[in-house]
Design a protein around this ligand. Structure first.
Ligand code: ZN
Length: 279
């Protein structure tokens, strides 16, 4: 499932391809992708120019002129694929849900096999309201250890669940939550408010370095994720615990364990990340 680094990789790919394009026509092949009636979506975006591409959490934002925004959530299998000209049938994405055709002849296809993704055209006021409900950006220049520590101290949830909650912190999903907790020596089921100041510091650093390294690698492809060129992300080869159940911990050689809670797998090293703090 695309998280912050994958969305960021897509944003960077779109910035070099579709900025400046004017939307000529909207084709909706699967209306369930839209969070509003097709006619409203079309009316809101048609003939507008894509002025920029931004990211907020796991969302990709196409910023249009006159303050309009198309918010794209990639869901589990969503892909945003730009084409400089209409693709021949052999290269046409197999699960196209929405196509934005541009005046230049170029187009952007939102392809989504499982269709958990979504698209929605919003005014800037509507978008700001949504954005304000989300937690801070962990890679933002104003995000400090104190913000993380404050947030954790207010919560009795397991820390892995806290990290996945988009209202607490934006963009972190299961892969990077598990990786960051491993590097900070924190068990994924530790109660958030039990995390000490030093542990919060370690987690702040590990979270930011994991996300930055993953962006450098173009994200993680476990199965479906592709960038705007249709290529896989390379970070899967750098994962320390995620998906490595039974394999040796890189630091202590203990077997990596998997537990399931809140319906998601958590991967951790039982020696490096003890359930109870022994300090
Ligand atoms: Zn270990």
């Amino acid at each position: 499932m695309p998280e912050l680094p994958e969305a960021e990789t897509i944003v960077r790919g779109l910035r070099t391809t579709i900025v400046g394009e004017r939307i000529r026509r909207v084709e909706v092949l699967h209306t369930d992708i839209l969070r509003q009636p097709k006619l409203i979506f079309s009316k809101r975006v048609r003939l507008r120019i894509i002025n920029g591409i931004e990211r907020r959490g796991k969302n990709v934002l196409l910023v249009l002129n006159e303050g309009w925004v198309i918010k794209v959530n990639l869901g589990m299998t969503g892909r945003l694929l730009p084409f400089s000209r209409p693709p021949r049938s052999a290269e046409r994405p197999a699960h196209s849900a929405v196509r934005l055709r541009f005046l230049s002849g170029a187009l952007l296809v939102f392809d989504d096999t499982r269709r958990f993704g979504s698209m929605e055209a919003l005014t800037s006021a509507e978008w700001n309201e949504r954005s304000n409900l989300m937690g801070p950006e962990p890679l933002g220049s104003t995000y400090q250890v104190s913000h993380l520590l404050d947030g954790l101290q207010r919560s009795s949830s397991p820390i892995r669940s806290w990290l996945l909650d988009q209202k607490r912190i934006a963009g972190v999903g299961n892969i990077y939550a598990n990786e960051a907790l491993y590097l900070a020596d924190i068990h994924p089921q530790r109660q958030s408010r039990s995390v000490t100041k030093n542990e919060a510091k370690a987690l702040y650093r590990s979270l930011r370095s994991v996300l930055r390294d993953a962006i450098k690698a173009g994200g993680t492809t476990i199965q479906d994720y592709r960038n705007t060129d249709g290529d896989k992300g390379e970070y899967a080869g750098q994962l320390s615990v995620y998906g490595r159940e039974g394999k040796p911990c890189y630091r202590c050689n203990s077997g990596v364990q998997r537990i399931v809670f809140s319906n998601r797998s958590a991967f951790y090293c039982p020696s490096c990340q003890p359930r109870r703090r022994n300090k």
